[in-house]
Design a protein around this ligand. Structure first.
Ligand code: HEC
Length: 202
């Protein structure tokens, strides 16, 4: 039997020991307290460190500048995108990125046909049919993925909700664009019906 003292209460016959907390545990607590004072001074009082929103804005700016510099060296054109969409290994890499459950597949389904892995309609539209909201030309698709279509568009009566993927870098945007161009008009079976505001394209 343990000689540890027992606290003086009993709930439904269950009692509690009054053990001392282990030192290693207490030290994680003390160190967290000491760290928080430093963190608070650095980020909130003296203002030396950036707030999360500012840090994010700076990272976004750096990424945009990096992409602009890359684009200046190697301009994105309709022909170049079309060519990439016909390169099997490039498209295969785009497919892999697309199928990541936390990225495109989350809203367009793993087969890009607007149907989730559970066979329910996804949030985003079918990308394998011939109906498009923002256009299916290579530059249209590229711009949609690069910049997103975040705001509802009253003229198209579209919903918005497609985020920008610019922060994932030029490589990511080009590969996923190539993949989408490669599946458009392939009518993957079990696809979601076109959005009412999408337009049939030749
Ligand atoms: C959070 C959900 C979400 C994710 C993740 C997402 N999308 Fe979208 N996407 C949407 C929605 C919603 C629309 C339609 C917007 C509208 O109706 O205005 C859309 C539209 C599009 C369109 C335009 C379709 C058209 O008919 O013009 C393309 C292309 C597209 N997404 C590709 C992608 C790719 C590639 C990825 C991954 C890099 C991706 N999406 C990730 C929600 C998402």
């Amino acid at each position: 039997m343990s000689a540890d003292p027992i606290r003086g209460h009993s709930y439904d016959g269950i009692e509690e020991f009054d053990n001392r907390l282990p030192n290693w545990w207490l030290w994680t607590f003390y160190l967290a307290c000491i760290f928080s004072v430093g963190y608070w001074l650095f980020h909130h009082t003296v203002g030396t460190g950036d707030q999360p929103i500012e840090a994010y804005a700076i990272e976004q700016k750096v990424a945009s500048e990096r992409m602009a510099a890359q684009a200046a060296n190697n301009p994105i054109t309709e022909e170049m995108l079309l060519k990439l969409s016909k390169e099997p290994s490039f498209v295969a890499e785009g497919k892999k990125l697309f199928e990541d459950a936390s990225k495109c597949a989350l809203c367009h389904g793993p087969a890009a046909n607007g149907t989730t892995a559970m066979k329910t309609p996804a949030i985003g539209p079918n990308l394998t049919d011939d109906h498009w909201i923002y256009g299916s030309k290579p530059m249209d698709v590229y711009t949609t993925i690069l910049k997103g279509r975040v705001m509802p568009d009253p003229q198209r009566k579209s919903m918005g909700g497609m985020q920008s993927w610019e922060m994932f870098g030029a490589d990511f945007v080009l590969k996923t664009t190539a993949f989408v161009l490669s599946v458009k008009n392939t009518n993957v079976p079990g696809g979601k019906a076109p959005e009412t505001y999408a337009v049939k394209e030749p």
